[in-house]
Design a protein around this ligand. Structure first.
Ligand SMILES: C[S@@+](CC[C@H](N)C(=O)[O-])C[C@H]1O[C@@H](n2cnc3c(N)ncnc32)[C@H](O)[C@@H]1O
Length: 276
């Protein structure tokens, strides 16, 4: 029993049933190169997997959960839920020399603490890569969920954790493997893009590079499933593949007024439920 350790913008919890419906029924190794909070990965619980993210704070967290869960739990229990302590902890990355000296366990512990006690459970950094979410004023944030950390540690035991640009997975993919891509989305309009995942954005060149990786995966007889926004750009870019429209809740950052659902695309390179 393990669930995502952190809350992440663009997290796929609400789309899990759709994603599971459209993924291939059989495959060898599982890859998720934009892991974020890992909603699908932690739900599927496939042991033989490769996960990756460009955000090194995040991949350090998964490394520590995998290799030093007990040290992490011990450190998490030391935190305090008050605004003075929150801002003191948040500020640690404002002095790079000081931050560099923190142990990897302390960095992972700070990451979970800020995610659970910060406003809306967000992770967001400014252009200098500094965490900039305000204190959330929650009564009982559960930042030291030891049972879940131990369960996730066991799952991660057979997982290879990579840190870099998504193309890092290319050399590991073989025929019959399955890759789920959940990249930063192509913006619906100029004001709707969320770029705070890393200090770098995700521009059109990167979307294009991602499409080329999908072509490569297709050419070697492996499977891919990709989530992205319901835009003409994605429709054109992936026109030779199967595009499925699904409905999701509006994104946190979406400026559009009103509640309700919004369309998204899932792109796959196989027939639904009929693998190559
Ligand atoms: C939409 S989120 C993934 C959300 C995830 N599916 C979940 O359930 O939480 C996109 C992720 O891509 C990562 N990212 C951004 N640019 C990247 C790149 N060039 N290579 C790999 N990961 C990148 C971000 O750090 C972020 O975690």
């Amino acid at each position: 029993m393990c669930k995502p350790v952190i809350k992440w913008v663009g997290g796929k919890r609400q789309l899990l049933n759709e994603l599971k419906k459209y993924m291939p029924k059989n495959f060898n190794t599982y890859f998720e190169p934009f892991i974020g909070g890992g909603a699908l990965f932690f739900d599927l619980k496939i042991k033989k997997s490769f996960i990756n993210d460009y955000n090194s704070e995040l991949t350090n967290l998964y490394e520590i959960i995998k290799n030093k869960p007990n040290e992490l739990i011990k450190d998490l229990e030391k935190h305090q839920n008050n605004s003075e302590y929150f801002y003191k902890t948040r500020e640690l990355d404002r002095t790079p020399e000081k931050y560099k000296r923190l142990s990897k366990v302390k960095k992972a512990s700070r990451f979970i603490y800020l995610n659970k006690t910060g406003f809306n459970g967000l992770y967001r950094v400014n252009r200098s890569g500094q965490f900039n979410v305000p204190f959330g004023k929650y009564k009982n944030p559960n930042y030291a969920d030891s049972d879940n950390i131990l369960a996730c540690s066991e799952l991660l035991h057979d997982t290879t954790i990579l840190n870099g640009d998504f193309e890092i997975i290319k050399k590991h993919i073989q025929k019959g493997d399955f890759v789920y891509f959940d990249p930063p989305y192509v913006p619906l309009n100029e004001t709707s893009s969320f770029t705070g995942y890393t200090d770098k954005g995700f521009d059109e060149d990167m979307q294009f590079r991602l499409k080329e990786l999908c072509d490569y995966i297709n050419s070697i007889g492996a499977y891919f499933m990709l989530s992205n926004s319901y835009t003409k750009y994605i429709e054109n870019l992936y026109k030779e593949y199967n595009l499925i429209t699904v409905q999701a809740n509006r994104a946190l950052n979406c400026k559009a007024t009103g509640r309700g659902k919004i369309n998204e695309y899932i792109v796959i390179n196989y027939e639904i439920n009929k693998e190559k």
